[in-house]
Design a protein around this ligand. Structure first.
Ligand SMILES: [Fe+2]
Length: 216
């Protein structure tokens, strides 16, 4: 089901083979991150189109698929830990950005893919990580994927927070317009919100089917 979902993405032919291989590896290491990555790539496609980034869409979608690949290198006990983390655990988890960027710079030789892995947790007001970049210092594709990453994280059910609706997630993102997020990226997301909600539901159904197969 995950592969069928990935087949629908607008990727370049050369990238597809490598993508299948590395996503299988990610799926074995961390199924939740694989599902998050597939969801992020579909929603990123919608946001790219809303921002008229048409020529750059395939590489930004590819970057969304791999933005968290560095989590393969983070100890599983942090990833499985579904609750508040200690400061030391948070630092260990944050390393997934730079670890991922290092690996991806060799895998794809695509600057966008590397930059998104490195900078998708930066915040528009400069309070994010790993570099504390602010405003337009943050590469545009990283601002795009960063917003999508937050949307999916807000909607997901965790032991310490319930699943939230599309409307609740939108309200969170809009309230952080200009602080966490680039205002123009938030505006483009709001313009495409009907497609976002529909694609989220459709992709969720595909990913739920993937989980069912593994459990039987
Ligand atoms: Fe991340």
């Amino acid at each position: 089901m995950v592969h069928r979902s990935i087949d629908r993405l607008p990727l370049e032919a050369d990238d597809r083979a490598l993508t299948g291989f590395f996503l299988s590896a990610l799926g074995h290491a961390d199924r939740i991150t694989l599902h998050h990555s597939v969801m992020a790539s579909h929603l990123t496609e919608i946001l790219c189109r809303s921002m008229c980034l048409n020529g750059r869409t395939p590489e930004i979608v590819l970057a969304a698929l791999f933005h968290d690949i560095g989590k393969i290198g983070v100890e599983g006990r942090f990833l499985a830990h579904d609750g508040p983390l200690s400061p030391a655990e948070i630092r260990a988890l944050q390393v997934h950005t730079t670890l991922g960027a290092q690996a991806l710079s060799r895998m794809f030789e695509r600057e966008t893919v590397t930059l998104v892995a490195c900078h998708h947790h930066e915040k528009y007001d400069g309070t994010g990580y790993p570099a504390g970049l602010s405003g337009e210092e943050i590469p545009l594709p990283a601002r795009v994927v960063g917003l999508i990453d937050a949307y999916d994280a807000i909607r997901a059910k965790r032991s310490y927070s319930p699943a939230r609706t599309h409307g609740e997630a939108m309200a969170c993102l809009v309230s952080a317009r200009g602080t966490h997020f680039d205002p123009s990226v938030v505006d483009a997301f709001v313009r495409s919100e009907q497609s976002v909600e529909a694609t989220y539901d459709e992709t969720q159904a595909d990913l739920a089917a993937d989980t069912d197969i593994r459990h039987h």
